[in-house]
Unconditional design. Structure first.
Length: 281
């Protein structure tokens, strides 16, 4: 055990993984929001811009709502923050089931209107309003990511493996990459047993998602693993089994969340129910 705080139990693995357990989903969302704002402030004290990747899903959106309600919002220089998505449901602009729509309602519209977040710093994944297929959306987003990949130079073939690809992925230097986790262990739109798990490059079109809607756009594992910090947020008893499997370094094919690892740090931010079958370490 290390780093326990009031209401939270933390476990630090020898490497770069930290598991933090909060009493319930509400506290989890509040704590994740506080942690996110603090991280953005910390990064802004040493460099700018800050790149944050958002997630959809229950805890992901609850976290954004908690950010919106935080008194720390004005402490951030939002003009120096860029917001991206880890995945998107392939639905028309404004559809209530788009991760973008939910994030805008929960937080982003308010940041743009009242706190100086430039609308141009919000980078949603394209949907059928602007492209014909998830593949076209994935290609357009890959181009946008490359445009902002200041630290990257050279051609990326999408063929590299392991550490080599982690160093060469043409995406912005993501400071924090948030991921929700489904009860089946999926992260972003990378589902158990699906082709997307092995997709190369930085983005992929998804068909036949077991969770509606069937068509989606997702970052690949190469892009996810390029992030300095990956934070997996999950709540609820229905996720306990896959949380335990991922934290036991289970097969990424069966539990995609097991493959969600940050370059510097991986945080698992859980509620007590989601952590219920994870043995203390
Ligand atoms: O469909 C999706 O689901 C996951 C997890 O959602 P949750 O409601 O079970 O937390 C989410 O992370 C992903 O972004 C989203 O597209």
């Amino acid at each position: 055990m290390s780093g326990s705080t009031s209401g939270a139990a933390s476990r630090q693995t020898p490497g770069v993984r930290l598991v933090v357990v909060h009493p319930d989903k509400e506290v989890l969302a509040q704590a994740a929001a506080a942690r996110l704002l603090t991280r953005v402030l910390d990064v802004q004290s040493v460099r700018s811009p800050v790149h944050v990747v958002l997630t959809g899903g229950s805890v992901g959106i609850a976290t954004l709502a908690a950010v919106a309600a935080s008194p720390l919002v004005p402490a951030v220089d939002w003009s120096g923050v860029h917001l991206w998505w880890g995945d998107e449901r392939f639905l028309p602009d404004g559809d209530p089931d788009r991760n973008e729509t939910q994030a805008r309602e929960a937080l982003l519209d308010g940041l743009v209107a009242e706190h100086g977040l430039p609308a141009a710093n919000v980078h949603p994944m394209p949907g059928p309003t602007s492209v014909a297929t998830p593949e076209e959306g994935a290609a357009a987003y890959a181009d946008l990511l490359r445009e902002y990949s200041g630290e990257y130079s050279g051609e990326y073939s999408g063929e590299q493996t392991g550490e080599q690809s982690e160093e060469a992925v043409p995406v912005p230097a993501f400071d924090v990459l948030l991921l929700g986790m489904g009860p089946d262990g999926h992260v972003a739109s990378l589902f158990p047993g699906h082709d997307g798990l092995a997709a190369r490059g930085t983005t992929t079109g998804v068909h036949g998602s077991p969770k509606p809607p069937p068509e989606r756009v997702s970052l690949t594992f190469d892009a996810i693993r390029s992030a300095r910090e990956v934070w997996v947020v999950a709540a609820g008893a229905e996720k306990a089994e896959q949380v335990a499997a991922a934290l036991a370094d289970g097969s990424v094919t069966e539990v995609p969340a097991a493959g969600a690892v940050g370059q510097a740090r991986t945080l698992w931010l859980l509620d007590a129910q989601a952590a219920a079958t994870t043995p203390p370490r």
